[in-house]
Ligand binder design. Sequence first.
Ligand code: HEC
Length: 149
Amino acid sequence: MRRTVIAVGALMFGVGAVMAQQEIAVQQDNLMRGQAKSLYNVILKMVKGEIPYDQKAVDAAIADLEVSVPKIPTTFATNPKQDVVNSTYGASQKVWKNKADFDSKVPPVVKAIADVKGNIKDAASLKIAYDSIQDKCADCHETYRVKLK
Ligand code: HEC
């Protein structure tokens, strides 16, 4: 009887650990998806002319990125050792082997955002801003993001 209780306890602990890890992976993925929303769903769509230029939406997207991007090093502090269920992209194990190098990819994005902030006033300047930010996001993805499907 006692053995059963211990076994059930261990099993529940195991399930809890797995869920916590999935939660960490989801938090990391959500941070990225939020940044993608600002950069791709708002800024890129305006650059492509899929939605009309909207200064307020541009400023809000830049402000969101400004807050979100510096959170990357702490959000990716723990290796969840699993990918988000059904996700297209996952984090490479290299993130946790070379965490200092991974973290060093963040300040260039922060700088790119600071450099364009306040200088975007039309579709042409928005395109310049998009290219310079996107370039720095990609600089991390090249090494640390893996395509799962
Ligand atoms: C320091 C590294 C780093 C930087 C900088 C970075 N990312 Fe990521 N990104 C990752 C990693 C690692 C993943 C894969 C794990 C995940 O999705 O959580 C990822 C995943 C993504 C995904 C795929 C999400 C999914 O699962 O569908 C998108 C979209 C994305 N990033 C957008 C951005 C944008 C936009 C920027 C720049 C504003 C950016 N990222 C900056 C590391 C980075």
